[in-house]
Unconditional design. Structure first.
Length: 455
Protein backbone atom coordinates (compact mmCIF):
# COMPACT_ATOMS: atom_id res chain seq x y z
CA UNK A 1 0.00 0.00 0.00
CA UNK A 2 1.46 3.34 -1.07
CA UNK A 3 1.99 6.02 1.53
CA UNK A 4 -1.10 8.16 2.06
CA UNK A 5 -3.35 5.81 0.07
CA UNK A 6 -5.90 3.42 1.53
CA UNK A 7 -6.71 0.06 0.02
CA UNK A 8 -10.38 -0.29 -0.99
CA UNK A 9 -12.38 -2.22 1.56
CA UNK A 10 -13.11 -5.82 0.58
CA UNK A 11 -16.06 -7.89 1.74
CA UNK A 12 -15.10 -10.53 4.28
CA UNK A 13 -16.81 -13.95 4.57
CA UNK A 14 -18.15 -13.04 7.99
CA UNK A 15 -21.41 -11.87 9.54
CA UNK A 16 -22.35 -10.24 12.84
CA UNK A 17 -25.43 -10.93 14.92
CA UNK A 18 -26.70 -10.04 18.38
CA UNK A 19 -28.44 -12.59 20.62
CA UNK A 20 -30.35 -11.63 23.74
CA UNK A 21 -29.51 -14.85 25.58
CA UNK A 22 -26.35 -16.28 27.09
CA UNK A 23 -25.92 -19.57 25.28
CA UNK A 24 -24.47 -22.52 27.15
CA UNK A 25 -22.32 -23.51 24.14
CA UNK A 26 -20.92 -20.01 23.67
CA UNK A 27 -23.30 -19.33 20.82
CA UNK A 28 -22.17 -22.06 18.46
CA UNK A 29 -25.68 -23.30 17.76
CA UNK A 30 -26.98 -19.78 17.19
CA UNK A 31 -24.14 -19.07 14.77
CA UNK A 32 -24.73 -22.30 12.92
CA UNK A 33 -28.45 -21.61 12.57
CA UNK A 34 -27.91 -18.12 11.24
CA UNK A 35 -25.20 -19.38 8.91
CA UNK A 36 -27.66 -21.84 7.35
CA UNK A 37 -30.19 -19.04 6.77
CA UNK A 38 -27.62 -16.65 5.32
CA UNK A 39 -26.08 -19.35 3.15
CA UNK A 40 -29.50 -20.15 1.71
CA UNK A 41 -30.27 -16.50 1.02
CA UNK A 42 -26.92 -15.96 -0.66
CA UNK A 43 -27.42 -19.13 -2.69
CA UNK A 44 -30.82 -17.80 -3.82
CA UNK A 45 -29.29 -14.44 -4.68
CA UNK A 46 -26.53 -16.11 -6.70
CA UNK A 47 -29.09 -18.18 -8.60
CA UNK A 48 -31.27 -15.11 -9.28
CA UNK A 49 -28.24 -13.11 -10.39
CA UNK A 50 -27.03 -15.76 -12.81
CA UNK A 51 -30.58 -16.17 -14.14
CA UNK A 52 -30.90 -12.42 -14.64
CA UNK A 53 -27.71 -12.28 -16.68
CA UNK A 54 -29.28 -14.52 -19.32
CA UNK A 55 -31.56 -11.68 -20.44
CA UNK A 56 -30.32 -8.23 -21.40
CA UNK A 57 -31.88 -5.21 -19.76
CA UNK A 58 -33.48 -3.83 -22.92
CA UNK A 59 -35.05 -7.24 -23.63
CA UNK A 60 -37.10 -6.81 -20.45
CA UNK A 61 -38.67 -3.53 -21.59
CA UNK A 62 -41.62 -4.95 -23.58
CA UNK A 63 -43.01 -6.41 -20.34
CA UNK A 64 -43.51 -2.85 -19.03
CA UNK A 65 -46.30 -2.38 -21.59
CA UNK A 66 -48.39 -4.68 -19.42
CA UNK A 67 -47.67 -2.85 -16.15
CA UNK A 68 -49.70 0.21 -15.17
CA UNK A 69 -47.69 3.04 -13.64
CA UNK A 70 -50.86 4.96 -12.74
CA UNK A 71 -54.33 4.58 -14.16
CA UNK A 72 -54.33 8.22 -15.32
CA UNK A 73 -50.70 8.32 -16.51
CA UNK A 74 -50.48 5.14 -18.50
CA UNK A 75 -48.09 2.19 -18.39
CA UNK A 76 -44.53 1.93 -17.13
CA UNK A 77 -43.44 1.65 -20.76
CA UNK A 78 -45.05 5.00 -21.55
CA UNK A 79 -43.43 6.57 -18.51
CA UNK A 80 -40.00 5.23 -19.51
CA UNK A 81 -40.50 6.76 -22.96
CA UNK A 82 -41.34 10.12 -21.36
CA UNK A 83 -38.25 10.00 -19.15
CA UNK A 84 -36.06 9.02 -22.11
CA UNK A 85 -37.26 11.96 -24.21
CA UNK A 86 -36.96 14.41 -21.31
CA UNK A 87 -33.46 13.17 -20.45
CA UNK A 88 -32.37 13.92 -24.02
CA UNK A 89 -33.92 17.39 -23.88
CA UNK A 90 -32.30 18.13 -20.54
CA UNK A 91 -28.97 16.90 -21.86
CA UNK A 92 -29.24 19.49 -24.64
CA UNK A 93 -30.03 22.23 -22.11
CA UNK A 94 -27.23 21.25 -19.75
CA UNK A 95 -24.58 20.85 -22.45
CA UNK A 96 -25.42 24.26 -23.88
CA UNK A 97 -24.25 25.94 -20.65
CA UNK A 98 -20.81 27.57 -20.85
CA UNK A 99 -17.93 25.38 -19.62
CA UNK A 100 -20.23 22.42 -19.04
CA UNK A 101 -17.65 19.92 -20.23
CA UNK A 102 -15.20 20.43 -17.35
CA UNK A 103 -14.24 23.88 -18.59
CA UNK A 104 -12.33 22.42 -21.55
CA UNK A 105 -11.86 24.58 -24.60
CA UNK A 106 -13.37 22.65 -27.50
CA UNK A 107 -13.67 23.40 -31.17
CA UNK A 108 -17.16 23.79 -32.59
CA UNK A 109 -17.04 20.32 -34.14
CA UNK A 110 -15.63 18.68 -30.99
CA UNK A 111 -18.25 20.42 -28.85
CA UNK A 112 -21.02 19.17 -31.12
CA UNK A 113 -19.68 15.62 -30.89
CA UNK A 114 -19.48 15.86 -27.09
CA UNK A 115 -23.06 17.14 -26.91
CA UNK A 116 -24.37 14.39 -29.18
CA UNK A 117 -22.54 11.71 -27.18
CA UNK A 118 -23.87 13.15 -23.93
CA UNK A 119 -27.43 13.17 -25.22
CA UNK A 120 -27.10 9.60 -26.47
CA UNK A 121 -25.79 8.37 -23.10
CA UNK A 122 -28.51 10.21 -21.18
CA UNK A 123 -31.24 8.68 -23.34
CA UNK A 124 -29.68 5.22 -23.16
CA UNK A 125 -29.51 5.43 -19.35
CA UNK A 126 -33.10 6.67 -19.14
CA UNK A 127 -34.28 3.84 -21.38
CA UNK A 128 -32.66 1.22 -19.14
CA UNK A 129 -33.02 2.86 -15.73
CA UNK A 130 -36.18 0.96 -14.69
CA UNK A 131 -35.38 -2.35 -16.38
CA UNK A 132 -33.95 -4.01 -13.28
CA UNK A 133 -37.37 -3.75 -11.61
CA UNK A 134 -38.26 -6.86 -13.59
CA UNK A 135 -35.19 -8.86 -12.57
CA UNK A 136 -35.26 -11.77 -10.14
CA UNK A 137 -32.81 -10.16 -7.70
CA UNK A 138 -34.77 -6.91 -7.38
CA UNK A 139 -38.01 -8.88 -7.17
CA UNK A 140 -36.60 -10.69 -4.14
CA UNK A 141 -34.58 -7.77 -2.73
CA UNK A 142 -36.36 -4.50 -3.76
CA UNK A 143 -33.91 -2.34 -1.80
CA UNK A 144 -31.19 -2.99 -4.39
CA UNK A 145 -33.15 -1.49 -7.33
CA UNK A 146 -30.87 0.70 -9.37
CA UNK A 147 -27.77 -0.89 -7.87
CA UNK A 148 -28.43 -4.17 -9.65
CA UNK A 149 -29.29 -2.27 -12.82
CA UNK A 150 -25.81 -0.78 -12.73
CA UNK A 151 -24.15 -4.18 -12.33
CA UNK A 152 -26.21 -5.76 -15.10
CA UNK A 153 -25.45 -2.82 -17.39
CA UNK A 154 -21.72 -3.20 -16.80
CA UNK A 155 -21.97 -6.94 -17.41
CA UNK A 156 -23.63 -6.35 -20.79
CA UNK A 157 -20.95 -3.84 -21.81
CA UNK A 158 -22.73 -0.51 -21.31
CA UNK A 159 -20.72 2.68 -20.91
CA UNK A 160 -19.64 3.26 -17.30
CA UNK A 161 -21.51 6.58 -17.06
CA UNK A 162 -24.67 4.92 -18.41
CA UNK A 163 -24.41 2.19 -15.78
CA UNK A 164 -23.75 4.71 -13.01
CA UNK A 165 -26.79 6.76 -14.04
CA UNK A 166 -29.03 3.69 -13.77
CA UNK A 167 -28.09 3.44 -10.10
CA UNK A 168 -27.90 7.17 -9.36
CA UNK A 169 -31.10 8.36 -11.02
CA UNK A 170 -33.03 7.63 -7.81
CA UNK A 171 -30.72 9.95 -5.86
CA UNK A 172 -30.81 11.96 -3.76
CA UNK A 173 -33.34 9.86 -1.86
CA UNK A 174 -33.34 12.15 1.15
CA UNK A 175 -31.68 15.21 2.70
CA UNK A 176 -28.61 13.22 3.75
CA UNK A 177 -28.20 11.14 0.59
CA UNK A 178 -25.38 11.72 -1.87
CA UNK A 179 -26.11 13.91 -4.89
CA UNK A 180 -25.00 12.55 -8.29
CA UNK A 181 -22.22 14.60 -9.87
CA UNK A 182 -21.75 12.83 -13.21
CA UNK A 183 -23.51 14.76 -16.01
CA UNK A 184 -25.35 11.71 -17.36
CA UNK A 185 -26.60 10.79 -13.89
CA UNK A 186 -27.75 14.39 -13.32
CA UNK A 187 -29.72 14.50 -16.58
CA UNK A 188 -31.51 11.20 -15.92
CA UNK A 189 -32.17 11.96 -12.24
CA UNK A 190 -33.69 15.32 -13.18
CA UNK A 191 -35.80 13.75 -15.91
CA UNK A 192 -37.16 11.06 -13.60
CA UNK A 193 -38.10 13.54 -10.85
CA UNK A 194 -39.52 16.22 -13.13
CA UNK A 195 -41.65 13.66 -14.98
CA UNK A 196 -42.99 12.42 -11.64
CA UNK A 197 -43.82 15.89 -10.35
CA UNK A 198 -45.41 17.20 -13.54
CA UNK A 199 -47.33 13.97 -14.07
CA UNK A 200 -48.98 13.93 -10.67
CA UNK A 201 -49.62 17.67 -10.85
CA UNK A 202 -51.36 17.10 -14.20
CA UNK A 203 -53.81 14.64 -12.62
CA UNK A 204 -54.23 16.78 -9.50
CA UNK A 205 -52.56 14.33 -7.12
CA UNK A 206 -50.65 16.93 -5.09
CA UNK A 207 -49.40 16.57 -1.52
CA UNK A 208 -51.92 17.69 1.08
CA UNK A 209 -50.96 18.42 4.67
CA UNK A 210 -48.90 15.53 5.94
CA UNK A 211 -50.04 13.23 3.13
CA UNK A 212 -47.60 12.70 0.28
CA UNK A 213 -48.14 9.16 -1.02
CA UNK A 214 -46.04 9.65 -4.15
CA UNK A 215 -43.11 11.32 -2.31
CA UNK A 216 -43.44 14.50 -4.37
CA UNK A 217 -41.82 16.68 -1.71
CA UNK A 218 -38.79 14.41 -1.80
CA UNK A 219 -38.73 14.57 -5.60
CA UNK A 220 -38.81 18.38 -5.57
CA UNK A 221 -36.06 18.55 -2.97
CA UNK A 222 -34.08 16.13 -5.12
CA UNK A 223 -34.34 18.46 -8.13
CA UNK A 224 -33.26 21.39 -5.96
CA UNK A 225 -30.23 19.58 -4.57
CA UNK A 226 -29.20 18.29 -8.01
CA UNK A 227 -29.17 21.85 -9.35
CA UNK A 228 -27.68 23.66 -6.36
CA UNK A 229 -25.03 21.12 -5.34
CA UNK A 230 -23.78 20.89 -8.93
CA UNK A 231 -24.01 24.64 -9.62
CA UNK A 232 -26.37 24.08 -12.56
CA UNK A 233 -28.20 26.95 -14.22
CA UNK A 234 -31.43 26.06 -16.00
CA UNK A 235 -34.80 27.71 -16.50
CA UNK A 236 -36.99 25.32 -14.57
CA UNK A 237 -40.25 26.43 -16.23
CA UNK A 238 -38.79 25.76 -19.68
CA UNK A 239 -37.45 22.38 -18.56
CA UNK A 240 -40.90 21.37 -17.32
CA UNK A 241 -42.83 22.52 -20.38
CA UNK A 242 -42.29 19.44 -22.61
CA UNK A 243 -42.91 17.18 -19.61
CA UNK A 244 -46.17 19.03 -18.99
CA UNK A 245 -47.33 18.52 -22.57
CA UNK A 246 -46.56 14.79 -22.48
CA UNK A 247 -48.18 14.34 -19.05
CA UNK A 248 -51.29 16.07 -20.38
CA UNK A 249 -51.35 13.71 -23.35
CA UNK A 250 -50.93 10.73 -21.01
CA UNK A 251 -53.76 11.92 -18.76
CA UNK A 252 -56.24 12.99 -21.42
CA UNK A 253 -55.12 11.69 -24.78
CA UNK A 254 -54.87 7.93 -24.44
CA UNK A 255 -58.58 7.21 -24.84
CA UNK A 256 -61.32 8.82 -26.88
CA UNK A 257 -63.53 9.28 -23.85
CA UNK A 258 -62.46 10.25 -20.39
CA UNK A 259 -64.59 10.45 -17.24
CA UNK A 260 -63.60 13.89 -15.98
CA UNK A 261 -66.48 14.83 -13.74
CA UNK A 262 -67.94 13.61 -10.48
CA UNK A 263 -71.31 12.84 -12.04
CA UNK A 264 -69.78 10.65 -14.70
CA UNK A 265 -70.17 12.88 -17.77
CA UNK A 266 -67.78 12.02 -20.59
CA UNK A 267 -65.73 14.47 -22.61
CA UNK A 268 -63.46 14.31 -25.60
CA UNK A 269 -59.90 14.51 -24.18
CA UNK A 270 -58.68 16.24 -27.34
CA UNK A 271 -60.80 19.21 -26.32
CA UNK A 272 -59.42 19.32 -22.79
CA UNK A 273 -57.16 22.41 -22.63
CA UNK A 274 -53.62 22.37 -21.30
CA UNK A 275 -53.62 23.69 -17.73
CA UNK A 276 -51.72 26.99 -17.95
CA UNK A 277 -51.60 27.25 -14.17
CA UNK A 278 -49.76 23.96 -13.67
CA UNK A 279 -46.19 25.18 -14.13
CA UNK A 280 -46.60 28.37 -12.02
CA UNK A 281 -48.25 26.28 -9.32
CA UNK A 282 -45.48 23.69 -9.43
CA UNK A 283 -42.85 26.45 -9.31
CA UNK A 284 -44.48 27.71 -6.10
CA UNK A 285 -44.13 24.19 -4.72
CA UNK A 286 -40.43 24.23 -5.63
CA UNK A 287 -40.02 27.62 -3.96
CA UNK A 288 -41.59 26.29 -0.75
CA UNK A 289 -39.15 23.36 -0.78
CA UNK A 290 -36.28 25.77 -1.56
CA UNK A 291 -37.18 27.91 1.46
CA UNK A 292 -37.07 24.84 3.68
CA UNK A 293 -33.73 23.82 2.20
CA UNK A 294 -32.17 27.26 2.64
CA UNK A 295 -33.60 27.67 6.12
CA UNK A 296 -31.99 24.35 7.10
CA UNK A 297 -28.71 25.78 5.82
CA UNK A 298 -29.07 28.88 7.98
CA UNK A 299 -30.59 31.35 5.51
CA UNK A 300 -33.29 33.74 6.71
CA UNK A 301 -36.73 32.86 5.36
CA UNK A 302 -37.65 36.54 4.93
CA UNK A 303 -34.70 37.12 2.62
CA UNK A 304 -35.81 34.19 0.48
CA UNK A 305 -39.34 35.67 0.39
CA UNK A 306 -37.91 39.08 -0.55
CA UNK A 307 -36.11 37.61 -3.56
CA UNK A 308 -38.91 35.27 -4.63
CA UNK A 309 -41.39 38.17 -4.57
CA UNK A 310 -39.66 39.67 -7.61
CA UNK A 311 -40.87 38.98 -11.12
CA UNK A 312 -39.10 38.77 -14.44
CA UNK A 313 -36.15 37.04 -16.07
CA UNK A 314 -34.40 34.34 -14.07
CA UNK A 315 -37.05 33.86 -11.40
CA UNK A 316 -37.21 30.15 -12.17
CA UNK A 317 -33.43 29.72 -12.06
CA UNK A 318 -32.94 28.28 -8.58
CA UNK A 319 -29.17 28.77 -8.49
CA UNK A 320 -29.59 32.42 -9.44
CA UNK A 321 -32.18 32.88 -6.69
CA UNK A 322 -29.83 31.40 -4.10
CA UNK A 323 -26.97 33.67 -5.20
CA UNK A 324 -29.23 36.68 -4.92
CA UNK A 325 -30.32 35.63 -1.42
CA UNK A 326 -26.69 35.21 -0.38
CA UNK A 327 -25.76 38.66 -1.70
CA UNK A 328 -28.77 40.22 0.04
CA UNK A 329 -27.82 38.60 3.34
CA UNK A 330 -24.28 39.97 3.12
CA UNK A 331 -25.56 43.45 2.23
CA UNK A 332 -28.01 43.59 5.13
CA UNK A 333 -25.17 42.64 7.46
CA UNK A 334 -23.45 45.97 6.68
CA UNK A 335 -24.23 49.39 8.18
CA UNK A 336 -25.32 50.65 4.75
CA UNK A 337 -27.69 47.72 4.38
CA UNK A 338 -29.26 48.13 7.81
CA UNK A 339 -29.71 51.88 7.45
CA UNK A 340 -31.10 51.67 3.93
CA UNK A 341 -33.53 48.95 5.01
CA UNK A 342 -34.78 51.21 7.82
CA UNK A 343 -35.21 54.11 5.40
CA UNK A 344 -36.98 51.95 2.82
CA UNK A 345 -39.36 50.57 5.44
CA UNK A 346 -40.09 54.08 6.65
CA UNK A 347 -40.95 55.13 3.11
CA UNK A 348 -43.13 52.03 2.64
CA UNK A 349 -44.97 52.60 5.91
CA UNK A 350 -45.75 56.24 5.06
CA UNK A 351 -46.94 55.21 1.62
CA UNK A 352 -49.15 52.44 2.99
CA UNK A 353 -50.83 54.78 5.48
CA UNK A 354 -51.34 57.64 3.02
CA UNK A 355 -52.50 55.41 0.17
CA UNK A 356 -55.06 53.79 2.43
CA UNK A 357 -56.24 57.19 3.65
CA UNK A 358 -56.43 58.63 0.13
CA UNK A 359 -57.86 55.49 -1.48
CA UNK A 360 -55.28 55.51 -4.25
CA UNK A 361 -51.73 54.43 -5.09
CA UNK A 362 -48.88 56.81 -5.79
CA UNK A 363 -47.15 54.81 -8.49
CA UNK A 364 -46.81 57.51 -11.16
CA UNK A 365 -43.46 59.18 -11.82
CA UNK A 366 -42.95 62.35 -9.75
CA UNK A 367 -42.89 65.78 -11.42
CA UNK A 368 -39.40 67.27 -11.17
CA UNK A 369 -40.77 70.81 -11.48
CA UNK A 370 -42.49 70.39 -8.09
CA UNK A 371 -39.27 69.68 -6.21
CA UNK A 372 -38.87 72.59 -3.80
CA UNK A 373 -35.89 71.41 -1.75
CA UNK A 374 -32.37 70.32 -2.64
CA UNK A 375 -32.88 67.02 -0.77
CA UNK A 376 -35.75 66.09 -3.10
CA UNK A 377 -33.68 66.74 -6.19
CA UNK A 378 -30.67 64.92 -4.73
CA UNK A 379 -32.81 61.88 -3.89
CA UNK A 380 -34.43 61.81 -7.33
CA UNK A 381 -31.03 62.03 -9.06
CA UNK A 382 -29.54 59.34 -6.82
CA UNK A 383 -32.48 57.02 -7.45
CA UNK A 384 -32.07 57.34 -11.23
CA UNK A 385 -28.38 56.48 -10.99
CA UNK A 386 -28.86 53.65 -8.48
CA UNK A 387 -31.67 52.03 -10.49
CA UNK A 388 -29.64 52.14 -13.70
CA UNK A 389 -26.48 50.77 -12.04
CA UNK A 390 -28.34 48.08 -10.11
CA UNK A 391 -30.28 46.97 -13.19
CA UNK A 392 -27.06 46.63 -15.19
CA UNK A 393 -25.42 44.69 -12.37
CA UNK A 394 -28.39 42.33 -12.03
CA UNK A 395 -28.42 41.78 -15.80
CA UNK A 396 -24.80 40.64 -15.59
CA UNK A 397 -25.64 38.61 -12.46
CA UNK A 398 -23.36 40.73 -10.29
CA UNK A 399 -25.66 40.80 -7.29
CA UNK A 400 -23.10 42.19 -4.88
CA UNK A 401 -22.53 45.02 -7.36
CA UNK A 402 -26.28 45.63 -7.45
CA UNK A 403 -26.32 45.87 -3.67
CA UNK A 404 -23.46 48.37 -3.73
CA UNK A 405 -25.34 50.48 -6.25
CA UNK A 406 -28.47 50.54 -4.08
CA UNK A 407 -26.36 51.26 -0.97
CA UNK A 408 -25.50 54.67 -2.42
CA UNK A 409 -29.07 55.74 -1.63
CA UNK A 410 -28.44 55.54 2.10
CA UNK A 411 -27.19 59.08 2.68
CA UNK A 412 -29.71 60.83 0.40
CA UNK A 413 -32.63 58.88 1.88
CA UNK A 414 -31.50 59.89 5.38
CA UNK A 415 -31.14 63.53 4.30
CA UNK A 416 -34.59 63.49 2.69
CA UNK A 417 -36.31 62.31 5.87
CA UNK A 418 -34.29 64.75 8.01
CA UNK A 419 -35.10 67.84 5.96
CA UNK A 420 -38.29 67.19 3.98
CA UNK A 421 -41.86 67.09 5.30
CA UNK A 422 -43.71 64.52 3.18
CA UNK A 423 -47.21 65.59 4.20
CA UNK A 424 -46.86 69.18 3.01
CA UNK A 425 -49.80 71.59 3.13
CA UNK A 426 -49.70 71.98 -0.65
CA UNK A 427 -51.67 69.01 -2.05
CA UNK A 428 -49.66 68.78 -5.29
CA UNK A 429 -46.33 68.90 -3.43
CA UNK A 430 -47.52 66.25 -0.95
CA UNK A 431 -48.61 63.89 -3.73
CA UNK A 432 -45.35 64.46 -5.57
CA UNK A 433 -43.33 63.58 -2.46
CA UNK A 434 -45.36 60.42 -1.98
CA UNK A 435 -44.56 59.48 -5.57
CA UNK A 436 -40.89 60.06 -4.74
CA UNK A 437 -41.17 57.69 -1.80
CA UNK A 438 -42.54 55.10 -4.20
CA UNK A 439 -39.42 55.63 -6.32
CA UNK A 440 -37.34 54.54 -3.30
CA UNK A 441 -39.45 51.39 -3.05
CA UNK A 442 -39.12 50.67 -6.78
CA UNK A 443 -35.37 51.32 -6.80
CA UNK A 444 -34.73 48.68 -4.14
CA UNK A 445 -36.90 46.20 -6.04
CA UNK A 446 -34.04 45.92 -8.52
CA UNK A 447 -32.46 43.58 -5.97
CA UNK A 448 -35.30 42.46 -3.66
CA UNK A 449 -38.70 43.34 -2.26
CA UNK A 450 -37.54 45.09 0.90
CA UNK A 451 -41.09 45.12 2.28
CA UNK A 452 -40.77 41.36 2.86
CA UNK A 453 -37.68 41.76 5.01
CA UNK A 454 -38.13 41.68 8.76
CA UNK A 455 -36.37 44.06 11.15
Amino acid sequence: MGEGKAEPAALAPRFILVANIEAADGGKEIIAGNARVIRARLSDAKFFYETDLKLRLEDRLPKFKEIIFHEKLGTQAERIERIERLAGELADVLSSRPNFFSGRQLSVDDLKREQQAFRKKAQRSARLCKADLLTEVVGEFPEVQGTMGKYYALQQGEDASVAAAIEDHYRPKGPDDLVPADPVSIAVALADKIDTLVGFWAIDEKPTGSKDPYALRRAALGVIRLLLDNGIRIRLASAMKPAHERAHEAAYGNSMLYDSTKDGDLINPREHPLDQKLIPDLLSFFFDRLKVQLRDQGARHDLVDAVLALEGEGQDDLLLIVRRVEALGKFLGTDDGKTLLAGTKRAANILRIEEKKDGRQYIDAPNASLYGQDEERALADAIDIAKADATRAVASEDFEGAMRAIAKLRSVVDAFFDKVTVNADDKAVRENRLKLLNEIREATRAVADFSRIEG
